[in-house]
Design a protein around this ligand. Structure first.
Ligand code: SF4
Length: 317
């Protein structure tokens, strides 16, 4: 069991949470509505770092999307300066109305047939040895984009020889679609739980908690050699007991890698932050997760699914 260093960076993001109060059911210590209006000190970050332009230039030159930009990830300056990014395939428009996510929603466009090769080219130019690929949810496609996923994984591997982590949508429970992605043999299969089941209708509408667990279980059953990974955002109103139940469910589904990060409201139109958890609390929850048997845990305010994903994976691959 390896412990990933706890990541406690601060952020340039100046998002301001609403004055919603903390759930009365919360067993995690409450903060006042006033407190959640301002970012706590541990979420303050230095000015953007130099060196982003090179990464940005490659991505724009190859007309690619990244979740780093589309989801307004607070780590973009750090990651892009380090010449890493998470590619988002299948377009920049999502068919799901999740209340936490900044990726544009609405009418999608046809898949771009040459996107897999362009992702592979970008990974090669960036010199990536560990490539993380995600996608928007494409409920408008009969296979949810699984064939596109398959082609992209193969293209990246052929061009770069890099290890590949996929962070997939749930494919609406289409097991054949999941099997198709598995067939491309990603090195890590990641599918996020995002939050506790009680909050799904508000946070992750059109998704289903059991479906997420089923997907993770399916991957373990069909490809026991591929580690599965999942992540949750904290601070959306979940209770500690609810969170621990989810972690137990994930372990039962065979999930061995876990990311826990602070939810940050990307705009006033998105769900408010209910609570900012201090770094020490992330440490404690991370320790609890390790005791539950996760072999790799990253827990900290700025942890995201793909944050330092290569370092996390090298402990288990
Ligand atoms: S943490 Fe992931 S999504 Fe965020 S900037 Fe880094 S690579 Fe991109």
């Amino acid at each position: 069991m390896t412990r990933l260093p706890i990541l406690t960076m601060t952020s340039p993001e100046d998002s301001v949470a609403s004055d919603s109060s903390v759930s009365a059911a919360s067993e995690i210590p409450s903060e006042t509505a006033t407190a959640v209006r301002r970012l706590p000190r541990w979420l303050k970050r230095p000015l953007p770092q130099p060196g982003m332009a090179w990464t940005s230039g490659i991505i724009s030159d190859l007309r690619l999307e990244t979740v780093c930009e589309s989801a307004k990830c607070p780590n973009r300056s750090e990651c892009w300066s380090s010449k890493t990014a998470t590619f988002m395939i299948g377009g920049n428009v999502c068919t799901r109305p999740c209340g936490f996510c900044a990726v544009p929603k609405g009418k999608t466009e046809a898949l771009e047939i040459d996107e897999p090769e362009r992702v592979a080219e970008a990974a090669a130019r960036l010199g990536l040895r560990y490539v993380v690929i995600t996608s928007v949810t494409r409920d408008d496609l009969s296979d949810g984009g699984a064939e596109h996923w398959f082609r992209t994984i193969l293209a990246v591997r052929e061009r770069t020889g890099a290890q590949i982590e996929v962070l997939t949508p749930d494919f609406r429970g289409n097991r054949d679609a999941v099997t198709r992605v598995i067939a491309a043999q990603p090195d890590v299969f990641n599918h996020n739980t995002e939050t506790v089941p009680r909050l799904y209708h508000r946070v992750r509408r059109n998704a289903d908690y059991q479906r997420t667990l089923d997907l993770l279980r399916q991957v373990r059953e069909e490809a026991p050699h591929i580690p599965t990974k999942s992540g949750l955002m904290l601070g959306l109103g979940e209770t500690l007991d609810e969170l621990l139940e989810v972690l137990a469910d994930l372990r039962s589904a065979g999930c061995s890698m876990l990311t826990l990060g602070q939810y940050l409201q990307p705009s006033a139109e998105h769900l408010p932050v209910e609570r900012y958890l201090p770094p020490e609390e992330f440490d404690e929850i991370g320790e609890t997760a390790r005791k539950l048997g996760f072999s790799m845990v990253a827990s900290g305010p700025f942890v995201r699914s793909s944050y330092h994903a290569g370092e996390m994976a090298e402990q288990v691959l």
